[in-house]
Design a protein around this ligand. Structure first.
Ligand SMILES: Cc1ncc(COP(=O)(O)O)c(C=O)c1O
Length: 466
């Protein structure tokens, strides 16, 4: 052991307390520190031969990086779809590191059982039955990846090809039909050897991002029985629109396909009686993607994938090795997801669910929707902005009044995003919606209050062109 490591071990308590003090100070400053900062590339420092221990490393970090980090854990960071971390989730995350379990094997620890229990609680939260089993992955992109891998394996079965044995090339083209797929679906298609061009966009309903089910049916018929994957969307990233999951699932009677639902954050509609109908039929999916690091407000990184076909999952992700043993009746997680080794990322979610229950989740989702509606009303009543879509749940999709349609709007929108960011009061991101450059304000943080909405609105007004 080097002297620095030996010293940190000797003073482990002080090391952890110092980190906890700093964490508390960071979280206490979320209201006053800039919500986002323009990144400036720091000069890269050399590794150096000897280290000076944690306290010195912390000083270096504070001097070089801390001020340049965003307040993305805070209440006015409305870019992308970004959750924060509730106290129990954050503490659970620390304990995850302290325990440092690798839950992929069930040989030596109850950690996989904790993951299974967490997944069962989540199933119940989202109205899924026991027919779905699942696992934790890093994010919705990986949950979509696993879902599409399952669909690919299923398509192989329809044609008598074992893709997991003989590869995607043996299968030939498999189409992925979807109305308004998230970009991660294209990425997953690329990673799976299906190729981005496998994704076939299907027309959406007028003024909507929900797929036109009749057009989907026509798209399926055009494949003449070739097995394919349909990605249904439950909560699109721009306007939180929902496909009609029941109607889509019913199409399988005439044209069998693998139904994957990307419900990265839209699945949380299930917890609110006033929105639950939007995800009616979710349980009919063959595979489902849901994020935890968005609306569940657990720290990065965590998402869940669910499927009705663990047998296919086992075929794809089976990791045979003499020292790992047989997969057996209840396969270890090592045989179910891309990773062989990983952290127990179910633990922060377990803590969040136990600490705050269904009511806690419901309250976060409900208040985010109320804040989005509040901002939406201000925008609708303003002469400087206009809504690009109705506010359905937690995302406000809007633009500046004079932004022209088409690519000409890009400069004005991007300049506005930077002005808002540089105000330090708010962070939102740009988008293109139905050919229009626009803006998205996504509410998914448990800390956001009405006072934050007022501050956000003031920042938008101040940055808008006169
Ligand atoms: C609908 C949808 N699917 C997938 C993703 C990808 O999520 P992640 O960044 O967790 O991989 C997102 C991210 O915003 C999303 O909104």
């Amino acid at each position: 052991m080097t002297p620095a490591l030996a010293d940190d071990l000797k003073h482990l308590d002080a090391v952890l307390r110092r980190a906890a003090d700093q964490a508390t100070a960071i979280l206490a400053s979320l209201d006053v520190r800039p919500v986002a900062v323009a990144p400036t590339a720091p000069v890269t420092e050399d590794l150096g031969e000897t280290g000076a221990g944690f306290a010195a490393a912390l000083e270096r970090f504070n001097a070089r990086f801390a001020a340049g980090f965003s307040a993305s854990a805070g209440p006015r960071y409305l870019g992308f779809v970004t959750g924060g971390a509730t106290p129990a989730a954050l503490a659970g995350d620390w304990l995850t590191s302290a325990w440092d379990q690798n839950p992929t094997s069930g040989l030596d620890s109850a950690a996989p059982d904790l993951e299974r229990e967490t997944l069962a609680c989540l199933r119940s939260l989202f109205g899924l039955t026991d027919a779905h089993s699942g696992a934790f992955v890093t994010g919705a992109t990986m949950a979509n990846f696993v879902g599409l891998a399952l669909g690919r394996e299923w398509a192989g079965d329809q044609l008598g090809v074992r893709v997991s044995e003989h590869g995607a090339a043996a299968l030939g083209p498999v189409r992925i039909l979807s109305g308004a797929p998230h970009s991660s679906v294209y990425k997953a298609a690329s990673m799976l050897g299906l190729g981005r061009s496998a994704v076939v966009p299907i027309p959406v309903l007028p003024e909507r991002e929900a797929v036109d089910v009749a057009a989907l049916e026509a798209g399926l018929a055009a494949l003449n029985g070739a097995p394919c994957i349909v990605v249904a969307n439950a909560g699109t990233v721009n306007t939180v629109d929902f496909d009609d999951l029941r109607a889509i699932a019913a199409l399988r009677e005439r044209n069998p396909f693998w139904l994957h639902v990307d419900a990265a954050f839209g699945a949380f509609a299930a917890v609110l009686p006033e929105h639950a109908a939007r995800v009616s039929g979710l349980d009919l999916a063959d595979s489902i993607c849901i994020d935890a690091h968005k609306w569940l407000n657990v720290p990065y990184d965590a998402a869940m994938q669910f499927t009705r076909r663990p047998d296919l999952q086992l075929r794809i992700f089976m990791n045979s090795a003499a020292y790992l043993g047989d997969a057996g009746e209840r396969p270890d997680f090592v045989h179910l997801t891309p990773e062989n080794s990983r952290r127990l990322r179910a633990l922060p979610t377990w803590f969040a669910l136990r600490a705050y229950g269904r009511a806690g989740v419901r309250e976060i989702v409900r208040s985010c929707c109320a804040h989005a509606a509040g901002l939406g009303r201000r925008i609708a009543g303003s002469d400087r902005f206009r809504l690009l879509a109705p506010v359905r749940m937690n995302v406000v999709c809007f633009t500046l009044r004079d932004v022209p349609p088409g690519p000409a709007g890009e400069t004005e929108v991007q300049d506005f995003v930077r002005r808002v960011r540089d105000s330090g009061e708010l962070f939102i991101t740009s988008t293109v919606y139905q050919g229009h450059w626009g803006l998205r304000a996504a509410f998914s943080n448990w800390r956001t209050t009405e006072a934050d909405v007022v501050r956000a609105w003031n920042a938008l007004e101040a940055a808008a062109p006169r």
